[in-house]
Ligand binder design. Structure first.
Ligand code: BTN
Length: 327
């Protein structure tokens, strides 16, 4: 069970070096000189990487060369593949954890910087909205992002909207599948759920302390339980082949980072417009289930706070801030 806490300024240097020179040999002598370690220590580290699943060619004359990476979302893989500035300054990586959102909240409480990521290959107590479970087997992308935005607490739902847009657009551009958004934060493909977002925050009355945005993407996981199999889908199922999780993760993070920066300088207007164009609910009949009961109407818009505006049969407009929508 691998737990890695990696800081961008202190990566696994050997892995970074080999990844940056993927397909090329780096001599053992150079590695041992550059890192000030013995040739035996180099060999030991190479073997650890092999245990993680790296295919590394070695030649006494040429040195070492990464042939193939394991399908793991390791911090060094993210740093060497994704072009990020805010996100990923620190990455906590777990083979197995209860919930990346639980870990992220704890880490944020202890002062983790903005942009810290928590990633797990598997969760055994993954959480969804409204105290639901979130099945998180191997093959998915289970991620939490810590942000420390200058926002009023009532504006925090905008971050969920921003994340939904980033994920839907990343799936569209990277996987070439039409992903849509269902209010408030589900990403659907042909009406089935492929991604859920769980945003949690710690705030004072007038300021956000930190926000944890949990993103769960059904990427290559394909065995859904009986209750989920008609309503959930994975990208692998839709594409008919495994997708590249690292590439998709990079696309999601890079879009998220771009929109986050944009929101700080220009506000949320453009993000909201994009959300509206990706949303399946607008203009459609909806059934709203909330703690105050359920009702039907037509979804006409979302407002600047991310609330769904639903025109009821009597013509009144209801502002729905939380709840479940069915079409
Ligand atoms: C939902 O649609 O109900 C939200 C699901 C959110 C799941 C993700 S997986 C990563 C992060 N950790 C969790 O425990 N939940 C979120």
């Amino acid at each position: 069970n691998l737990t890695l806490v990696s800081n961008k300024s202190q990566p696994n240097e050997l892995l970074m070096l080999l990844l940056e020179n993927r397909g090329r040999y780096i001599s053992g002598e150079k590695i041992s000189k550059d890192f000030g370690i013995s040739r035996t220590a180099v060999w030991k580290q190479i073997n650890t990487l092999r245990e993680w699943g790296y295919k590394i060619k070695s030649s006494s004359r040429l040195g070492y060369c990464i042939e193939e990476s394991p399908d793991l979302l390791l911090p060094e893989e993210i740093w060497s593949s994704c072009d990020l500035s805010i996100l990923g300054s620190e990455i906590y990586y777990y083979s197995l954890i209860d919930s990346t959102n639980n870990a992220a909240k704890k880490i944020a409480q202890e002062g983790a910087p903005e942009g810290t990521l928590v990633i797990a290959e598997r969760q055994n107590r993954g959480r969804g909205r409204i105290e639901r479970q979130w099945q998180s087997p191997l093959g998915g992308i289970w991620l939490s992002v810590i942000l420390r935005p200058y926002l009023l607490p009532q504006d925090a739902p905008k971050l969920t909207i921003m994340t939904a847009v980033a994920v839907a657009e990343a799936i569209r551009s990277e996987i070439e599948i039409e992903a849509d958004i269902k209010w408030p934060n589900d990403i659907l493909i042909h009406g089935k759920k492929v991604c859920g977002i769980l945003t949690e925050m710690s705030a004072e009355l007038d300021a956000v302390n930190y926000v944890v945005i949990g993103v769960g993407i059904n990427a290559n996981n394909d065995s859904f339980s009986e209750e989920l199999k008609d309503i959930a889908v994975s990208l692998k199922e839709v594409k008919g082949q495994k997708i590249n999780r690292l590439k998709l993760l990079c696309a999601v993070l890079s879009k998220l980072e771009d929109y986050y920066e944009k929101a700080e300088t220009e506000g949320f207007y453009e993000i909201l417009e994009r959300w509206k164009s990706l949303c399946v609910n607008l203009g459609k009949k909806v059934n709203i289930k909330s703690i105050n009961g359920s009702f039907e109407g037509t979804a006409v818009d979302i407002d600047e706070f991310g609330a769904l505006l639903v025109k009821k049969q009597d013509g009144d407009i209801a502002r729905v801030l939380s709840g479940d929508v069915s079409l």
